[in-house]
Write a protein that binds this ligand. Sequence first.
Ligand code: GAR
Length: 208
Amino acid sequence: MKNIVILISGRGSNMQAIVEAAIPNIRIAAVLSNNENAAGLAWAAERSIATDSLNHKRFSSRLEFDQAMMEKIDAYQPDLVVLAGFMRILTPEFCRHYEGRLINIHPSLLPAFTGLHTHERAIEAGCRIAGCTIHFVTPELDCGPVIAQGAVPVFDDDTADTLAARVLKVEHQLFPQAVADFAAGRLKIIGNRVVRSPSAKLESQLLA
Ligand code: GAR
């Protein structure tokens, strides 16, 4: 059984997709947040999942917050820490502490559009394809080894909201699969690449 701790900052729809996927051999040990009012915390608590929050505004530095968060996370002895809409830039100390067992979902086809407002920026740049990326986290923002990517078309009349909704559907398919692959020991990091063993090809999707 692998212990999974999921970090969220708001709605938590990706966390819900992971919980509802009922992945074999994993236990959702806790859902934690930097925002005590995150809607996803209430959703998890209703399902008897342990929840907790730490308000980052109460800490005088990013490192102090990350250290306090690490203590909370480590109490659950996680095999995997999942960032599912956790809207914090992480310190190198945090990233190194969970090296190889920390994954994130980002709403763009990395390495394009790291950071915020990804859908708006993809539309403004005239992209015909947008998507999401699940990757291992390294100290450099949105740059770690890629586990899976999903792509969707960008339509002429898209707004950031319509594109976000199309991408989110793909996020909900790919993220539980990535967690299942990790839990089953199928993901190997080689340099900056992830290889899925024993022989299956990594999932990538182009969805209408
Ligand atoms: C998701 O679209 C996720 O890709 C994005 O936040 C949203 C969270 O939604 N993550 C980031 O932007 C990370 N930089 P959710 O709370 O409903 O899962």
